[in-house]
Design a protein around this ligand. Structure first.
Ligand code: MN
Length: 318
């Protein structure tokens, strides 16, 4: 399968690398590493509009500034590669058309819930990140990992392991990280770029959301809600809510934490984290997916009704 992926890349005329909605460090780092490897015939698609929700934090990655967005995407690709995309419904609108028209579709991922929605699927459920999956693909097929690729893969692994805190981290993860650093990756510089360049809007929005947090079941459940008007009030963008559910989970008795966010389509996006509980079974009830301790879903109900449904479901699993 790994060999086949490189054959397909070779045979392709024009490749679109699709990142998931609300792009994070893993999907972006993976996309940039792949783009760096493939070169000119590959374009990255960020599933955002350029003036809205373009991910500022990761602008330091190569190729992000020239990535395609919904504003300038054309249906000219014969091959599509999805990276870190857990399910087909994380490919939306214009991108879905391109995916459906493509001659070849490839899905490279590490989400256990990934059912293999493409023609060719390479899913290593349980690995720390799609960056780690990609590293192994390159290594297995004896492809040279340049410093540029190494930097991107490092961003993937660093961010998707919560700075090497999650249980998906293995000895092998550190071996990979070690080899990336030996190639010249500057880990301190990347950590600073990923975590210490926060925008004021992000910190202020998160402070507001944390101060409004609610607790249930003897503080085993913590949650907060974000309305569109809150986003407007702070001038915040989608990426500015990143880390909020982790902050709630970090409170001592909290077992499950979640954030409910109103979207401009009028539905509610749920971002959930746990310490021990496998929450994939909770979000699956709402058509969502993810990892056992970090998962999400979208509920097509108003805020109050969505909150009630999700609380009911969580209480069944505590
Ligand atoms: Mn990931």
């Amino acid at each position: 399968m790994t060999q086949k992926i490189f054959e397909l890349i070779n045979d392709a005329k024009k490749i679109l690398i699709i990142t998931h909605v609300n792009p994070d460090g893993d999907t972006l780092g993976s996309a940039c590493a792949l783009k760096s490897f493939i070169g000119d015939k590959a374009d990255i698609l960020l599933q955002v509009s350029r003036d809205k929700n373009f991910p500022n934090t990761y602008l330091f990655l190569p190729y992000i500034k020239e990535a395609k967005t919904f504003d300038d995407i054309e249906d000219i690709y014969d091959t599509v590669i999805c990276v870190d995309v857990a399910s087909a419904d994380r490919i939306v609108e214009a991108a879905r058309l391109i995916f459906n028209h493509a001659k070849v579709t490839i899905n490279i991922d590490h989400h256990k819930t990934n059912k293999g929605f493409a023609m060719y699927n390479y899913v290593q459920g349980g690995l720390s990140s799609t960056g780690e999956v990609l590293y192994k693909i390159f290594e297995k097929e004896n492809k040279n990992i340049t410093l540029e690729m190494a930097n991107c893969l490092y961003v993937s692994i660093l961010t998707d392991t919560g700075c090497f805190k999650y249980e998906t981290v293995t000895g092998e993860t550190f071996e990979i990280v070690s080899s990336l650093l030996k190639k010249g990756v500057n880990s301190a510089d990347i950590a600073q770029k990923c975590y210490e360049q926060k925008q004021k809007a992000m910190v202020m929005l998160q402070a507001y959301c944390l101060s409004n947090a609610k607790f249930e079941c003897n503080d085993k459940i913590a949650y907060t809600t974000i309305k569109l008007k809150d986003m407007e009030k702070f001038g915040a963008k989608d990426e500015h809510t990143e880390g909020l559910s982790e902050a709630l989970r970090s409170i001592k008795p909290v077992e499950i934490a979640f954030v409910l966010k109103e979207t401009d389509r009028g539905d509610i996006k749920v971002s959930m984290r746990s310490k021990e509980t496998d929450i994939t079974c909770i979000v699956k009830k709402f058509g969502g997916g993810g990892h056992s301790r970090a998962a999400g879903c979208t509920i097509k109900k108003p805020m109050d009704a969505a909150l009630e449904s999700i609380l009911d479901e969580i209480k069944k699993h505590l």
